[in-house]
Design a protein around this ligand. Structure first.
Ligand SMILES: Cc1cc2nc3c(=O)[nH]c(=O)nc-3n(C[C@H](O)[C@H](O)[C@H](O)COP(=O)(O)OP(=O)(O)OC[C@H]3O[C@@H](n4cnc5c(N)ncnc54)[C@H](O)[C@@H]3O)c2cc1C
Length: 220
């Protein structure tokens, strides 16, 4: 009798140990929580994520503004679960789900399941303008945060030696689309970074020069 999955029919027990096979797509908050909530002796679980780390997204803005480094907010998924039995962690990109065949296809093969949990998170909305992404990266992953950080610090470097005052002002102007909690936190942290780094490390930029604007995406 499986306590966690008591009422569901398990049609296909091929895990080898007689346990129902659960495939969890995504090792974010939701996926990790689901795995933790299933007793280890009640299911054979495969947790698939395209990254090998679990990410604490709420502090991404601190990585984007060089207040924290990437390892401060990322933890290997395998380390979270230690030597928990009946769990396989797989780093792979899920590309297809066939509900009829109960099969998940991923970049390294496929996984058959009796139960499937899709906890793949969300993507940044560009309001049907995907071409904006090249100019304005979202803030959902470590790659995004590091890309933003690189752009900011590169703009400072260019501004340091830029003779044209107008171009210099452009390089020091940062616009954030979205004035919810993340946008506002990012704006505050950007302003802090600008003043801290510019005062200490740069000679030819006025620490008061950077302009940070955070704009709501919808009118209130
Ligand atoms: C910048 C920022 C700040 C935030 N601040 C707060 C806050 O202060 N408080 C709060 O409560 N919430 C906050 N949130 C929201 C919170 O982080 C999310 O609600 C939460 O992370 C969602 O968890 P999730 O597991 O659904 O998705 P995610 O954490 O996004 O996890 C999804 C996982 O699925 C994986 N994945 C996606 N697609 C595939 C695929 N095809 N194949 C394999 N793997 C895949 C991803 O790699 C990822 O690891 C913030 C979010 C962001 C981005």
């Amino acid at each position: 009798m499986h306590r966690f999955l008591p009422t569901l029919q398990v049609m296909n027990r091929n895990a080898g140990n007689g346990l129902p096979r659960v495939v969890v797509v995504g090792g974010g908050f939701a996926g990790v929580h689901v795995v933790m909530s299933i007793p280890p002796d009640e299911a054979q679980i495969t947790l698939i994520d395209r990254q090998n780390h679990h990410l604490f997204q709420p502090l991404l803005y601190q990585v984007a503004t060089a207040a924290l480094s990437a390892v401060d907010i990322a933890q290997p998924i395998r380390a979270i679960f230690g030597d928990r039995p009946n769990l396989d962690v797989l780093m792979a990109e899920v590309t297809d789900i066939d509900p009829a065949a109960k099969r998940v296809t991923h970049s390294r093969g496929h996984a058959d399941y009796d139960y499937l949990v899709v906890a793949a998170g969300s993507v940044t909305s560009y309001y049907a303008n995907p071409h904006w992404e090249a100019q304005a990266p979202g803030l959902k992953s470590l790659d995004d945060a590091l890309r933003i950080r690189r752009r900011i610090l590169t703009a400072f470097e260019q501004a340091e030696t830029e003779p044209d005052p107008q171009r210099k002002a452009e390089l020091m102007t940062m616009v954030i689309v979205g004035a919810g909690p993340t946008g506002v936190e990012l704006a505050g942290s950007l302003a802090d970074l600008s003043r801290r780094v510019l005062r200490k490390d740069f000679d030819h930029i006025d620490p008061a020069a950077p302009r940070v604007t955070s704009r709501p995406t919808t009118p209130y």
